[in-house]
Design a protein around this ligand. Structure first.
Ligand code: SF4
Length: 99
């Protein structure tokens, strides 16, 4: 069943920075798998084989295409950290006082 591994937990999502379940990763992109699902889950179980067995062919092809195009996980993690820092900085207005 497609939901068989949904309760499995990854200690840290490289994009969100916290614990996450396979169920989330499997539906992260509008109900479809996150583009990094093969990168993130291959050490936990045979995620490619599992998805191949359960996803329609066109969805699996998208997963493989996304995997081929995805940057390495460490780069993704760095990009997310930089993005979060940029958002924090842009939210902090210099000077504090208006006028
Ligand atoms: S597959 Fe996507 S949502 Fe899941 S842990 Fe990896 S980056 Fe995060």
């Amino acid at each position: 069943m497609l939901s068989d591994h949904d309760q499995k937990i990854l200690p840290r999502c490289p994009r969100l920075g916290h614990e996450i379940t396979f169920g989330y990763c499997r539906r992260e992109t509008g109900g479809r798998p996150c583009r990094l699902i093969l990168n993130c889950w291959w050490e936990q179980f045979d995620v490619r084989g599992f998805l191949q067995a359960h996803l329609p062919e066109d969805e699996m092809a998208q997963v493989e295409q996304a995997h081929a195009a995805a940057p390495p996980a460490k780069i993704v993690s760095l990009m997310e950290i930089i993005d979060q820092a940029a958002q924090r900085i842009s939210g902090e207005k210099p000077g504090g006082a208006s006028g």
